[in-house]
Write a protein that binds this ligand. Structure first.
Ligand code: HEM
Length: 431
């Protein structure tokens, strides 16, 4: 472990004193890293296996990496997850910085997530939210597992926007037209998010890669097969539809991507696999990334006085920035009203305020943030508007009994899904 020393140094590059070794391949790296940062400071350099890793844990340091030197840290390291689950780094998240990635983002921002397109899909969000609220209403008075309902509505909306229809069956009578059941599809996505965030030993100690000590690569390959089958089905159906039409007007994102794949004017040719990679990517379900996605230094760079070598992997601990007591009063407390007070009022989540980085910032910032924000705010508003909420049991369970433990991955879902009992607040004909 090499550490930044917050003492005064003479001018010139600052040294990284070596202070020991540490095995960080634990279940919740963001929490271990926060503890280290509390001891060693907001920028520290460690060695994970064969690679130097720098961790930034304050808003100021995040700004150095994501704004001041954004162009240097705009690439991604190569990982087994990128290779096996995203068609050899063909999706935007894992694509190295360069023309392919640049073109992909351009398509995302101008074609897929432009305000005009997002508006055009508003009717889908409205229909699915209405179905969501009436499913909840039908379960009034019984304990419900909120995650199942939220993930069903999110998947339904994203599938309809991206693929044109759901492609998964929601009940036994519907299996004819679908390739997976809702449960299978949810499991595939959970596995995808978990495997894209794991600390896979072979990624850090390449000569051990072939042993696949944790069995992750085997799971990635199995998952790729399942997604391949799914994507092939979806795109074959789209291609058949397009063939049967004279004047083709894209109706969903898969149509649009297939049209772009045939566009001779694109700077980088998209192929069938890249189309599949993009859409998979679009299926992000639990996208709260505690260490953002790893960044990679494209060249040597001096950050806040510290020399960082080309090839260094950088983690921005947005989880610990969100709990930094020098920014947030009583950071462990859940107090939504802090955003109504002047101090936090001006903090935005769209990459301008480094105190709060749910979507990252800079060149590699999340391109899907506007859709994400729309979906989160409208589902939450419907949950609160439509129902009274209580915990299961006859008052013997307290709010403090709810476990807030997390599972670490590219996203960080609850370890124990929330179970609650709801009652309608509105006249029944409104559900
Ligand atoms: C609440 C919802 C969401 C959150 C909190 C979120 C968060 C993030 C974060 C933290 C990153 C990494 C930024 C970095 O490396 O600095 C990211 C990247 C990305 N997100 Fe999201 N995201 C959300 C929704 C979405 C949606 C709905 C989509 C698409 C359908 C999407 C697509 C992407 C892509 C493609 C990247 C990679 C960008 C790149 O590497 O250039 N996200 N997201």
């Amino acid at each position: 472990l090499r550490q930044h020393h917050p003492l005064k140094f003479p001018p010139g590059p600052r040294p990284w004193p070596i202070i020991g070794n540490l095995n960080l391949i634990g279940p919740l790296p963001h929490q271990s890293l926060q503890k280290l940062a509390q001891k060693y400071g907001p920028i520290m350099q460690l060695r994970f296996g064969s690679f130097p890793v720098v961790v930034a844990s304050s808003a100021e340091m995040a700004k150095h990496f994501l704004k001041t030197h954004d162009h240097v840290f705009a690439s991604r390291p190569q990982t087994a997850a990128g290779k096996h689950t995203t068609y050899n780094y063909l999706n935007i998240t894992w694509a190295p910085y360069g023309p392919y990635w640049r073109q992909g983002r351009k398509i995302y921002l101008s074609e897929l997530f432009s305000s005009k397109r997002l508006e055009s899909y508003e009717y889908i969000r409205a229909e699915e939210l209405r179905a969501f609220v009436s499913r909840l209403q039908a379960s009034s008075g019984k304990p419900i597992m909120l995650k199942e309902h939220l993930s069903r509505v999110t998947l339904s909306i994203i599938s309809r926007i991206v693929l044109g229809r759901k492609y998964f069956s929601e009940s036994e009578s519907e299996t004819e037209n679908s390739i997976v059941t809702l449960e299978e599809f949810q499991e595939m996505l959970d596995e995808l998010f978990l495997l894209n965030g794991v600390l896979n030993i072979g990624d850090w100690i390449p000569w051990l890669d072939f042993l696949d000590l944790q069995g992750y690569v085997k799971r990635m390959k199995a998952l790729k097969k399942k997604f391949d089958r799914f994507h092939d089905h979806v795109f074959d159906e789209h291609k058949a539809k397009i063939k049967g039409m004279g004047d083709f007007v894209p109706r969903d994102m898969a149509d649009l991507l297939l049209q772009l794949a045939d566009d001779p004017n694109l700077q980088v040719k998209l192929n069938y696999d890249s189309v599949k990679g993009f859409t998979q990517e679009t299926m992000r379900k639990h996208p709260v990334a505690v260490l953002l996605a790893p960044h990679l230094a494209l060249e040597d760079c001096n950050v806040a006085g510290y020399d960082i070598r080309k090839g260094t992997r950088v983690f921005i601990n947005s989880w610990s920035i969100g709990r930094d007591p020098s920014i947030w009063d009583e950071p462990e407390e859940f107090r939504p009203e802090r955003f109504l007070q002047e101090k936090a009022n001006n903090i935005d989540v769209k990459g301008h305020s480094f105190e709060l980085l749910p979507f990252g910032s800079g060149r590699r910032m999340c391109p899907g943030y506007s859709l994400g924000l729309k979906m989160i705010s409208s589902s939450l508003a419907n949950l609160l508007h439509g129902f009274h909420w209580k915990l299961p049991g006859d008052g013997d369970m307290k709010v403090d009994d709810i476990s807030m433990d997390e599972v670490y991955g590219l996203a960080t879902p609850r370890k124990y899904p929330l179970v609650a009992v709801i009652d309608p607040r509105l006249p029944l004909h409104l559900y």
